[in-house]
Design a protein around this ligand. Sequence first.
Ligand code: CMP
Length: 218
Amino acid sequence: MPHPSSNLSKERTLIIIKPDAVQRNLIGEIIKRYEQAGLKLIAIKMMVPSAKHVETHYTLDPNWRKVTGEKTIKSYKDKGIKPHSEDPYEITAIILEKLKDYFISGPIIPMVWQGAHAVKIVRKLTGGTEPLTTDVGTIRGDFVHDSYQMADTDKRAVRNLAHASGSVEEAEMEIKHWFRPEEIVNYRLIQESILYDTDLEGILETKEKKVPGKKKKN
Ligand code: CMP
């Protein structure tokens, strides 16, 4: 029986396996983590994007430059280091250029994943932007140790293996940006019954089927 929260279980998010993850043979490990959490892969491809495509991706959200710049400044201050600028827009103008070089350096793998709370679950599994300070147990925390400081010193983008949408609205915009509708496959996974269905009849082979209104014999 379809569950009352069936719209929730259709939430979608965009993940991009970045060039550093491809080069480090982490494609399978990254996909495994999202798969094991019960999410469903509904689109995937390998490509080398254009710099313009990357720039549009990062500027789909008009707040991205402000938020990313502020996060960088806060991270510097939390570590007792003076940021090289106090202007979030100045910081992100440079980051955006570096991000384009990073994304076009080799193949990337954009994917669409679906499931209940997909956006939040994927962000939790992926970890925070800066691998140095994010939790162990997350993809970024377990497999990379890059920092804002290292990236800025070497004048490059933080290498953090994967991108994950920040909100449901952002996810829908990003999915449209990377995939045509016909590239997304709508299908049902057997495991969705145990994850979402309200009625778990049919798992035990010996169990009698319930007939509505019929009383059990003594
Ligand atoms: P992502 O989660 O894709 O979102 C924006 C990306 O910009 C981020 O991962 C990093 O790769 C990169 N990034 C964010 N802040 C900085 C920074 N201060 N210096 C270099 N790269 C950054």
